[in-house]
Design a protein around this ligand. Structure first.
Ligand SMILES: Nc1ncnc2c1ncn2[C@@H]1O[C@H](COP(=O)(O)OP(=O)(O)OP(=O)(O)O)[C@@H](O)[C@H]1O
Length: 263
C-alpha cells in the first residue's frame, strides 16, 4: 500500500495559476505544494472555486501554470500524455462510438494490434461489468454506465496516474456508492496513483489514503489528513467512530473555507 515511504510519483512545486478575466487578473492557485506517492489514492476537497479542477488540469497538462512546476516521475509536465488518464464528471464519451469502440480508442492511438485492442478492451469492459453492453452506444446507457465506460477507457490505456474530476458528481446516491466500491476494488487490483476531486467529504474518506483540504480562493493546500482506516473499505466503514471523527474534522475545515468566501 502506498504511503510516505513510497516513491514520489507527482511532485507539485509552488504552482501558481492566474487567469486574465474581464474583471482583471484572477489568482486561482497561489503556491500549491504537494507530493503524491506511487500507487497512492489522494482526494482533494475544498469549497467551489478554490482551484481543484485547475490543479487537476495542470497535472493533466491541459493548463499551464503561471509559475511553479509539476513533474511526473521526475519529468516536467509539458502537455497531456498517456502516462496520465483523465475522467471528467460529464463522461466525455464519443457518442458515435460503441462502448467497445470508446474503450479501444486510446489503445488504437497507442498503435496496438487489433488482437491486443480486443483483449484489453474486453478485460476492462468486464471489470466494470458492461459485457452485455459492449455494442451499445452511449445514448443507450444510464449515467452510471457511461461513467463506467469512461473509467474503463481511462484504465485501458494503462496510465500511471489517474486524474478524476468529480467523476461521480452527476450520479444518484446509490449509483455513486456502487461506483465508489467498484473503483476501490479496481484500484486495489490495478494499483495506480489516483488524484480524485470531490465535493463529498464521505466519498473522500471512503476512497483516499490522504485527503487534501484546499483553502478557498486563491487555492492553496490548507491541510493534508491521513485516513488511517484500513482497506478494504466498505459502506459499513462509514459507520465507524474513526470515520465519523475524520468526517467531522474535514467537513468543519471545508465549511470554514466556504464561510470565508461567502458574500
Ligand atoms: N479558463 C478560465 N478563465 C478564467 N477563470 C477561470 C478559468 N478556469 C477557472 N477559472 C477560475 O478559477 C477559479 C478556480 O476554478 P476551478 O474550476 O479550478 O475551481 P474548483 O475548485 O474546481 O471549483 P468547483 O468545485 O466549483 O468545480 C474560479 O474562480 C474560476 O472562475
Amino acid at each position: 500500500m502506498a504511503g510516505n515511504g513510497a516513491a514520489v510519483k507527482v511532485h507539485i512545486d509552488n504552482v501558481v495559476k492566474k487567469f486574465d478575466t474581464r474583471k482583471g487578473e484572477m489568482t486561482a492557485l497561489n503556491g500549491v505544494n504537494l507530493d503524491i506517492h506511487e500507487n497512492e489514492f489522494v482526494c482533494v476537497v475544498g469549497p467551489s472555486g478554490c482551484g481543484k479542477s485547475t490543479l487537476l488540469n495542470i497535472i493533466g497538462g491541459l493548463e499551464e501554470p503561471t509559475s511553479g512546476s509539476v513533474t511526473v516521475d521526475g519529468k516536467p509536465v509539458e502537455g497531456p500524455g498517456p502516462d496520465r488518464g483523465i475522467v471528467f464528471q460529464q463522461y466525455a464519451l464519443f457518442p458515435w462510438l460503441t462502448v467497445e469502440e470508446n474503450v479501444k480508442f486510446g489503445l488504437k492511438l497507442q498503435g496496438k494490434s487489433k488482437e491486443e485492442c480486443d483483449e484489453i478492451a474486453n478485460k476492462y469492459i468486464k471489470l466494470v461489468e458492461l459485457q452485455d453492453f459492449a455494442k451499445s452506444y452511449p445514448k443507450e446507457l444510464s449515467g452510471g454506465m457511461k461513467q463506467r465506460v469512461a473509467i474503463a477507457r481511462a484504465y485501458a490505456v494503462n496510465p500511471k496516474v489517474l486524474l478524476m474530476d468529480e467523476p461521480f458528481g452527476a450520479l444518484d446516491a446509490q449509483t455513486r456508492t456502487q461506483l465508489q466500491s467498484e473503483l476501490l476494488e479496481t484500484w486495489e487490483k490495478e494499483q495506480k496513483t489516483c488524484f480524485f476531486i470531490t465535493h463529498d467529504v464521505e466519498e473522500a474518506i471512503v476512497l483516499a489514503q490522504r485527503v487534501v483540504i484546499m483553502y478557498a480562493r486563491p487555492g492553496r493546500v490548507k491541510e493534508v489528513v491521513d485516513i488511517d482506516i484500513p482497506y478494504p473499505r466498505t459502506q459499513e466503514t462509514k459507520m465507524s467512530p474513526r470515520f465519523l471523527e475524520l468526517k467531522n474534522h474535514i467537513w468543519s475545515q471545508v465549511y470554514q473555507e466556504y464561510l470565508s468566501v461567502r458574500k
